[in-house]
Write a protein that binds this ligand. Structure first.
Ligand code: ADP
Ligand code: MG
Length: 317
């Protein structure tokens, strides 16, 4: 590796937050992490590639934020408490300003959730950031995709469709409203909500590929069907301002929301509301788990609503 690479790693190392359970962080051949005796380790990894997972003109700080956010969203969907992460960066060239921006975005989100960056890798190549995030859980407390029961309410945090709307506008050569663009570039991982749902929700998934696609995963793993009411899907004020024609498609089928979709017994609806109040996270009941298979969307009149665009698939033909 080049001297420059040492320099870059030193710059990262100088800026990372400390945690008592990081026995050994950046600088050795591996990190050493002390897991509390009564907890399980939750591990997840996600890669962001330039032009695929973010528009190529995305600001460095936003790429840094999003690279960690999408991983924290997976931990949130399991109900895990985030603790540590690693970062593998592939960069076309060494650009100190770009790296400073990236780290600023990445580490500001890490700090918000008390996550320590404990290692990684740095290589030359097309712009890409691969993050592994680790968190801890009480044994048996994980919110899995399997576990949804017939009769459960289906809930979703926050609002849906903003990121998809922003991306669609960008692809049409239009500039999205700043709040929509921020939802695409700086998703909010619902960490506090996920942790509060342990013991309440039967099943949970984070909405990264589109509501119906991700809810479909819950159905498949749980051996049930799901009916979501299109008119019940939460929309942000910014989304309500634009494109009534595409709104439902973005909400039900667009990706990159990073909200949590979960199911719970209807008897627990007040407990769910209270738990989400504590987590300072808005939550909306959007439908019901039914016998059968697959996730369907229904209109207010109970007719099946056909989504014009489905969740993002990388290898779709
Ligand atoms: P190795 O040759 O053992 O893979 P490296 O030279 O790749 O070691 O990395 C040296 C140290 O710097 C290791 O502790 C590694 O985890 C850390 N590191 C390298 N790149 C990054 C990065 N992008 N972010 C955080 N830590 C990194
Ligand atoms: Mg290495």
């Amino acid at each position: 590796m080049a001297a420059h690479e040492f320099d870059l790693i030193r710059r990262i190392r100088e800026r990372v937050a400390k945690r008592d359970d990081v026995v050994l962080g950046i600088g050795d051949d591996t990190a050493l992490l002390q897991l509390p005796p009564d907890r399980q380790l939750a591990v997840t990894t996600d890669t962001l590639n330039a032009g695929v997972h973010f528009p190529i003109d995305t600001a460095a700080a936003d790429i840094g934020w999003k690279a960690l956010a999408v991983n924290l969203s997976d931990l949130a969907a399991m109900g895990a408490e985030p603790a540590w992460c690693t970062l593998s960066l592939s960069l076309p060239q060494i650009d100190d300003d770009w790296l400073d921006g990236f780290l600023q975005g990445f580490l500001s989100l890490a700090e918000r959730h008390g996550v320590a960056l404990v290692g990684g890798d740095t290589t030359r190549g097309p712009l890409s950031a691969c993050v592994t995030a680790m968190g801890t859980l009480r044994p048996g407390a994980a919110l899995r995709r399997a576990g949804a029961k017939v009769g459960d309410d289906i809930w979703v945090t926050g609002t849906l469709g903003d990121a998809a709307a922003a991306l669609a506008l960008l692809q049409q050569g239009e500039a999205p409203d700043a709040t929509l663009r921020e939802r695409l570039d700086r998703p909010t991982p619902r960490v506090a909500a996920g942790m509060r749902l342990a013991g309440l929700a039967h099943a949970c998934v984070d909405v990264s590929d589109g509501l119906l696609a991700d809810l479909g995963h819950v159905c498949e793993e749980s051996g049930v069907g799901a009916e979501a009411r299109i008119d019940a899907l939460p929309a942000s004020p910014a989304l309500l301002q634009i494109g009534a024609n595409s709104r439902s498609a973005w909400q039900a089928g667009g990706g990159d929301d990073y909200e949590l979709c979960f199911t719970a017994s209807p008897q627990l609806s007040e407990d769910i509301q209270r738990a989400m109040d504590f987590a300072e996270t808005a939550v909306t009941r959007i439908g019901r788990i039914v016998a059968g298979q697959g996730a369907r969307a229904l209109t207010a009149h109970g007719h099946e609503w056909e989504p014009p665009l489905l969740g993002y698939e990388h290898f779709a033909r």
